[in-house]
Design a protein around this ligand. Structure first.
Ligand code: UDX
Length: 464
């Protein structure tokens, strides 16, 4: 179903079952790689262009440089089926392509603005090699107004190639699933046939297609991430109030989420948002608003509240250990910014561990997949191979990332390994009854602290 906010509803007509293409995707990063592999898997001939030959060599061996479910298998399959070709030469990758998608990075500049230098360079070099009827598409996350401003780079042989924007809505840890089952496909452009050609690439996906002007499409992308970040900071403020009035934030969140106008997703209280997108996109949107003279107070509040969650959490650990962390051993379970990924960019774990160590704590940390990426940020922090090794002799066990492995821990066994039976759950992800029944004091977010019954039969203390 196509909803068009800009044109009379265009009908996407795919002639027969012929898949469109070939398509060139520029940038084999997180978004470009997933987009290229998933489009190729749908039967489109795709060229994936990148300047990093080491990355291309790794991909050629069927290995993705990111930890994403299904991605390695899909990559190997489309390479074997000859549907994906890896390129390091722009002319080779762009030659004959009907659509060129720019999916290079837009990292934050020091003031929070998005750095568009890679987008401009990739677009300029692709246009120089493109055919006269090639459609250029920006897939990178770019501030509102960017696509309109970059049209000037699309002049080719005296005419302008159509330029559209097609934002991605991929979450780390579920990127392939999110590509195949997106909430919607958003395409922004002022050239109806060009937008239709882009929409045809997603004809195999069962999702509404919204075609808009380019600036609205750009703002939809930022608006989605900013609103989800607002939801998270909102529930964390509610959680703080719950702690003051003795309510239970999970119950409140269930009640809020039951209202279909609100929805339960992204009402998970705890250490707040991290990752490479929410912090970056919220700041970039705030900068874009400021550039146009608007002070977007709500965004600034969301960022401030999010930062507070980390310091509030460390204060909670300090209180649980009677205010003194010096020399205390703290076992930190979870380093990735969220489960399902090895990404620690803007992860709460980095700030929390640095703060605990600054207060004199002896931190031992673990994570199912993110230990090596976290060690680059925390060179002095000891890393344990697994949770049971991590908790040995701990004065407190701290949950920072809600990996399913940690909820499934044998808490009776953990009780026999720790020095003190205290758990502080930064993601409200544990089974509180199981933890308390094993003799632990259970501290979480936005809920009253739970203590073991005086008679709780915790196993005899064995401190190795
Ligand atoms: C996000 C958007 O979901 C995705 O659409 C966009 O394309 C990229 O940014 P991602 O950053 O991968 O995806 O992770 P997401 O699952 O959205 O979580 C973002 C952060 O919010 C994580 O740190 C997570 O721990 C936190 N979070 C999420 C909460 O604190 N509470 C919640 O209820 C949900």
């Amino acid at each position: 179903m196509i909803r068009s906010a800009a044109f009379a509803s265009p009908k996407i007509n795919c002639v027969g079952n012929a898949r469109p293409g070939p398509v060139c995707v520029t940038g084999a990063g997180y978004v470009g790689l997933v987009t290229a592999v998933c489009l190729a898997d749908s039967g489109i001939e795709v060229r994936l262009l990148d300047i990093d030959r080491d990355r291309l060599a790794l991909l050629a061996r069927g290995r993705a440089p990111i930890h994403e479910p299904m991605l390695d298998e899909l990559l190997a399959s489309v390479l074997e089926r000859g549907l994906l070709r890896l390129c390091d030469d722009t002319a080779d990758a762009v030659r004959g392509a009907t659509v060129v998608m720019i999916a290079v990075g837009t990292p934050p500049l020091s003031d929070g603005r998005a750095d568009l230098s890679q987008v401009r360079a990739a677009l300029t070099s692709a246009v120089a090699c493109a055919g006269s009827d090639t459609v250029m598409v920006i897939k990178s996350t770019v501030p509102p107004g960017t696509t309109v401003n970059l049209r000037r780079l699309c002049r080719h042989d005296g005419r302008s190639l159509p330029l559209a924007v097609c934002p991605e809505f991929l979450s780390e840890g579920s990127a392939v699933k999110d590509f195949r089952q997106p909430p919607q496909v958003v395409i922004g452009g002022d050239d109806a046939p060009a937008c239709r050609r882009v929409a045809e690439l997603f004809a195999h996906i069962n999702a509404p297609v919204l075609i808009t002007d380019p600036t609205s499409a750009e703002l939809i992308k930022y608006g989605v991430n900013a609103f989800l970040a607002l939801k998270i900071s909102f529930i964390n403020e509610i959680a703080h109030l719950c702690e003051l009035v003795g309510a239970d934030v999970e119950t409140v969140a269930d009640g809020l989420g039951a209202d279909s106008r609100i929805g339960r997703a992204f009402l998970g209280a705890g250490l707040g948002f991290g990752g490479s997108c929410f912090p970056k996109d919220v700041r970039a949107l705030d900068q874009a608003a400021s550039y146009h003279g608007q002070t977007f107070e709500l965004l600034r509040a969301a960022v401030e509240i999010n930062a507070q969650q980390r310091s509030r959490f460390v204060a909670k650990v300090q209180r649980a250990l009677r205010g003194n962390l010096h020399g205390r051993r703290i076992a930190v379970l979870g380093l990735a910014f969220k489960p399902g990924t090895d990404d620690v960019r803007q992860a709460a774990s980095i700030d929390v561990i640095r703060h605990l160590e600054d207060l004199g704590a002896d931190v031992v940390a673990t994570d199912p997949v993110a230990r090596s990426t976290a060690a680059l940020e925390l060179p002095a922090t000891r890393m344990a191979a697994d949770a049971y090794e991590c908790v040995r002799g701990a004065d407190a066990v701290v949950i920072v990332t809600e990996w399913p492995e940690y909820r499934a821990l044998d808490w009776q066994r953990v009780a026999g390994l720790v020095r003190r039976r205290i758990v502080i759950d930064g993601r409200n992800c544990l089974d509180a009854d199981a933890v308390v029944n094993a003799g632990f004091t259970y501290v979480s977010t936005g809920r009253p602290t739970r203590r073991p019954a005086a008679t709780a039969q915790a196993p005899r203390q064995r401190i190795a």
